[in-house]
Each structure stands twice: as C-alpha cells, then as structure tokens.
Design a protein around this ligand. Structure first.
Ligand code: XUL
Ligand code: CO
Length: 446
C-alpha cells in the first residue's frame, strides 16, 4: 500500500503549469492561467476550483454490475483502516497540490473509517482531521466545504431527517453536528447538505407532509448550530430530483427555494447546483444557475456533466464550453462567487485506469471552465445578452408597466384601456437565433 513517504503520482512533478493552446504537454493547462486577470479578477479567484475527495480518492471504479477497476491501494478491504486512511490522505493532498488548485471538499466517511460505534467513528475522524489540518497547512490547500454522508449506511435507507424513526434523525444530527464543527475548525467556507435519501421510494408508505416538517426542523437545528458555534460560512442545500430515491424532496432550485420560504429558512441557506442534477431534473445547467442567481440563493457549483441520452448520473468531467459559458455568464451577472466555487464532483470512466487519468480529467474540466470564463467576460463586456434582455422588457419601465407593477392598475382600469382601443399589442420578435449566433461568435472569438 502507498505510505506516507511514497509519492502516489511520482511522474507528475507538479504543480501543473500553464502551457497555452499550442502546448503538446498533456499535463499542462491550455487556457487556465491562474493569475490571468479577467474583468479585474484573476482566473483562480473567479473559478475557486475544488477537487472532491469521494469520487477521486474514495471510489474504486465500481458500478452496479462490476467491481472497482482503479489502482487505489488504500481501498483494499484487507488494508488496516487507519493506515489506509492516512495513505489516502497523502495521495489526495499530493494530487491537490500537484494539480495546483486552491480547494478540496469531503464527506466525513470519505476520509476516515467508520467504527463499530458513533464514538469510535468520531475518534477516527478526529485523528484523520488532525492529519488533514497539517496537510492543509503544508500545501496551502483550503476547504471549500465539508459535509456528512447521511446516505450510505443502511440506517439511512429510509432517509436521515425524513426517516420514520426519530432515532435516525438524532443519529444524523450527531453526525452533522460533528462535521459542521470539523468544517469550522478547518476554516471551511461552506457546509453542504445533499438530501441523498430525503425522499421516498413509494407513496404507499410515505407521509409527505410529516417528512417535510421533519426536514424543516432538521435544517432549522443546523442553522441554529451554525450560529452557536460561530461558523460564518454559507449553508448550502444541493438539489437533485432522484437517485438514489425515486423522488427527492430537494428536486431542483425552485423547489428548494419554495421549501425555504415556507419554513422561515430563507436567508439561512443557498444552493449548491450540480450540472448533472440539473439534467436529471429535466432542466439545463443554465436554468438552474439562472434561477438561483435571480432569487438570491446562488451559492456554489458541483461542476460535472450527465449523459443527456441515457439520463444517468454519470458525473463526467464538464467539457462543453458552450454550456459552461452560459453558466458563467449568469454567475458573473450575479457578481461572481462569494464563498462558493466550482467543485469537481466528477468521476473518471471505469476504463480510465492510469494514475494520470485523474489529472487529465481535471485539467480538461478546468480548461473548459477557464475558456467559458473568457466567453462569459466577453458577453458581459459587449453587453450582448444584457442589452437584448433590457430592450425586451423596456416597456415595463414606461407608464403602463409601472402602473401594473406599482399596483395602481386594476383589472378594470386595464380592461378600459383595451376596450377603448388604446392598447392593441403587436407581437415582437424574441430574436433567439440572432442571440444564439452572438453567443457562438463570442465563443469563437474568445
Ligand atoms: C450526489 C452528489 C453528492 C453531493 C455531496 O449525487 O452530488 O456527492 O455533492 O454529498
Ligand atoms: Co454533488
């Protein structure tokens, strides 16, 4: 097994440098140049890239039909669990530092083995967190967010907060409390809750209203605990419509937003939007980000892509500059990330067996984001989309529009204007094709 003194990626000197578009070195960035200024901020500051621990270091490449294919010696079931956890941590921090990214993200059970009791799991976690703290200090890699895994263990099969058994709620509370405190201790900038099994398999045995109340209660306790411990990061909910449950309550950004408003939690939580989850919800990534920005709940992004043909949660590395340009355009429109960033919640394909493949996946995804940032900045500078939107709604700033939105107009007063013939609207072009061409032009020129 890899140990503390052995490099896991010995052939990669790192950190990965900027090579430019003509570089033939696959282990170089073609577009991402961390210090390059775009709209007055460096690329690194705009994108705030994070690597996820779970898919990259805690997953052996298994799928529902087959076992792990990857070379991850610390995942060998015969390995002594704590030694394996240390070896995994060393390889992970070696990777983060060699890739040259500022952040990582993890679940409690990604980094430390679960014990026979909660107390033993907690002790294991404390030991590895202490090692993580040292590795963070040595490499300068920071924590974008922490989270608790409330979905893998069989106790969570019927949900965590939404479980019919309040003891499971209590167990989840203990786990989240510990991970929030660890996230705080490590200087994490956000804390994420993905409701992996907060949903149902069948309505035949499910009390929807009760489960919603339980979830709201749980999230209220989390918000209170955040204040109690003085954690100043952002609490984030990660929408996903289904998988693993047939239906998940945090379906999409709009559903989460409505839930927060209904339960007095608006302002306490923002969303962590995942590209692949948008696809599963039947939305575009662009839609999910735009909804969140426009409703003041945009927090962070899990950057990846799904497969639009088969609808699976494939968690592939993002590679569509066209898709990401629109996402970044909306993020810039909202003023950019605050505490959030782009976390690579991404999996290699099972046949990507070489250790270098983990670099290739991340390098390609980061370059696609960097190129998308350039396109988005151009769209902003040229005001292409913003002026088209402003023109389209301009009449809402005129006397009629203001009377309607300001509340002076009534149905009767509006009907009178239509009756006497002073209102007879002519349809106007939405100019979609023109705008699509403008976006493509920005892509081709950036
Ligand atoms: C699952 C998923 C999770 C969350 C963190 O689809 O995206 O990895 O990001 O629990
Ligand atoms: Co995710």
């Amino acid at each position: 097994m890899a140990n503390i003194s052995t490099e896991f990626f010995p052939e990669v000197p790192g950190p990965i440098g900027f090579g430019g578009l003509d570089s033939s070195d696959p282990l170089s960035f073609k577009v991402y140049d961390p210090d390059r200024l775009v709209l007055g901020k460096s690329m690194a500051e705009h994108l705030r890239i994070a690597v996820c621990y779970w898919h990259s270091f805690n997953w052996a490449g298994s799928d529902v039909f087959g076992e792990g294919t990857f070379d991850r010696p610390w995942l060998d079931p015969a390995a002594e669990p704590m030694r394996a956890a240390h070896a995994k941590l060393d390889a992970a921090f070696e990777f983060f530092a060699k890739l040259g990214v500022p952040y990582f993200c993890f679940h409690d059970i990604d980094i430390a083995p679960q014990g026979d009791t909660f107390a033993e799991s907690a002790r294991n976690l404390e030991v590895i967190v202490e090692a993580a703290e040292k590795a963070m200090a040595a490499t300068g890699v920071k924590l974008l967010w922490g989270t608790a895994n409330l979905f893998s263990h069989p106790r969570f099969a019927a949900g965590a907060a939404t479980n019919p058994d309040p003891e499971v709620f209590a167990y989840a509370a203990a786990q989240v409390r510990h991970m929030m405190e660890i996230t705080h201790r490590l200087g994490g900038e956000n804390y994420v809750l993905w409701g992996g099994r907060e949903g149902y398999e069948t309505l035949l045995n499910t009390d929807l209203a009760r489960e919603e109340t339980q979830l709201a209660r749980f999230l209220t306790l989390v918000a209170e605990h955040k204040r109690d411990i003085g954690f100043e990061g952002t609490l984030l909910l990660e929408p996903k419509p289904q998988e693993p449950t047939k239906h998940q309550y945090d379906y999409d950004s709009a559903t989460v937003h409505g839930f927060l408003e209904r339960h007095g939690l608006a302002g306490e939580y923002k969303v962590n939007i995942e590209g692949n989850h948008a696809t599963l919800a039947g939305h575009s990534f662009h839609h999910e980000v735009t909804y969140a920005v426009d409703h003041g709940i945009f927090g962070s992004v899990d950057a990846n892509r799904g497969d639009p043909q088969n609808g699976w949660d494939t968690d592939q590395f993002p590679n569509s500059v066209e898709e990401l340009s629109l996402v970044l355009f909306e993020i810039l429109r909202g003023g950019g990330f605050d505490t959030g960033g782009f976390n690579f919640d991404t999996k290699l394909r099972r046949q990507s067996l070489d250790r270098h493949d983990l670099f290739h996946g991340h390098i390609g995804g980061i370059d696609a984001l960097a190129q998308a940032l350039l396109v988005a900045a151009r769209l902003h500078e040229e005001a292409t989309l913003s002026s088209a939107r402003a023109d389209r709604y301009a009449d809402w700033d005129g006397p009629l529009g203001r009377a309607i939105t300001g509340g002076e107009a009534t149905l009767a007063s509006l009907a009178e204007l239509v009756d006497d013939g002073s209102i007879d609207p002519a349809p106007r072009s939405g100019r979609q094709e023109l705008l699509e061409n403008r976006v493509n032009q920005a892509i081709w020129r950036s």
